[in-house]
Ligand binder design. Structure first.
Ligand SMILES: NC(=O)c1ccc[n+]([C@@H]2O[C@H](COP(=O)([O-])OP(=O)(O)OC[C@H]3O[C@@H](n4cnc5c(N)ncnc54)[C@H](OP(=O)(O)O)[C@@H]3O)[C@@H](O)[C@H]2O)c1
Length: 219
């Protein structure tokens, strides 16, 4: 089995994902800024600069899957969000994903591999003070849906995961900034979401989940 490339591996969900992938027997390579602290092989790269990724990543062989889990969530009204906010959010959340897909497609086609995009909460759209974030995730969904059609003849699978509130530091910060309560007990555990992504990657030969909406179970 080839390697699984993971962006956002140092984050709340990504850390759990790397652990779950390793536990399931996958060979994991992290791609990110500060990956030295991880226990898996890593490629140092800044996803805010998609144009630098080709040089950073080099030639990749034996790629079984690419999971784009990196993301930033700036909170600002359109009236206050300057071009840097838009450029950075679109670069990290979607343009770098497209570029990493482009760079890994030859290997993914050879392995009839799988691309997984971690998107936002199911149905999230038109959120005041969150336009750059929800706009980037809408673009990420379009990237996934176009890519799925394009790569179907080559056997590459494309899954979008839509996680509802997941108990990470990022969510705590987002909720605090929006002035909304944060109760990790009412959220998805990152470990649970990670297991569901590992499950999606383990789909059999005849079918797979192209979209996965994950919500907290009823209490
Ligand atoms: N938590 C939730 O409730 C929730 C719900 C729905 C969707 N999501 C999505 O799930 C994903 C992970 O969320 P999370 O809660 O785990 O967030 P997180 O803890 O803030 O992790 C974000 C990850 O993205 C990486 N990243 C940010 N900017 C980068 C850059 N310029 N270059 C390389 N890597 C960069 C971070 O790396 P550094 O360590 O270097 O900063 C970190 O590994 C995101 O796409 C988020 O939108 C989260």
């Amino acid at each position: 089995m080839g390697q699984v490339l993971v962006t956002g591996a140092t984050g709340g969900i990504g850390t759990a994902l790397v652990r779950a992938l390793v536990k399931a027997g996958h060979q994991v390579t992290a791609i990110g800024r500060d990956v030295g602290r991880l226990d898996v092989p890593a490629i140092e790269a800044d996803l805010a600069a998609p144009g630098t990724l080709a040089a950073a990543v080099g030639e990749l062989r034996d790629v079984q899957a690419l999971v784009h889990c990196a993301g930033i969530s700036p909170i600002a009204a359109v009236a206050d969000a300057g071009p840097e906010t838009w450029e950075r959010t679109l670069a990290v959340n979607v343009a770098s994903a497209a570029e990493l897909v482009r760079l890994t497609l030859p290997a993914l086609r050879r392995s009839r591999g799988h691309v997984v995009f971690v998107n936002a909460s199911p149905g999230m759209t038109g959120v005041p003070r969150w336009s750059a974030f929800v706009g980037s995730k809408a673009a990420l969904r379009e990237l996934a849906d176009s890519l799925r059609e394009e790569e179907e003849p080559y056997g590459v699978r494309v899954t979008t995961v839509y996680p509802a509130a997941t108990a990470t530091e990022l969510l705590r910060e987002v909720r605090t900034t929006f002035g909304r309560p944060y109760d990790p007990e009412r959220c998805i555990r990152p470990e649970t979401l990670a297991e569901m992504i590992v499950w999606a990657l383990a789909a059999p030969a005849d079918a797979y989940a192209c979209e996965l909406s994950v919500v907290p179970a009823p209490r």
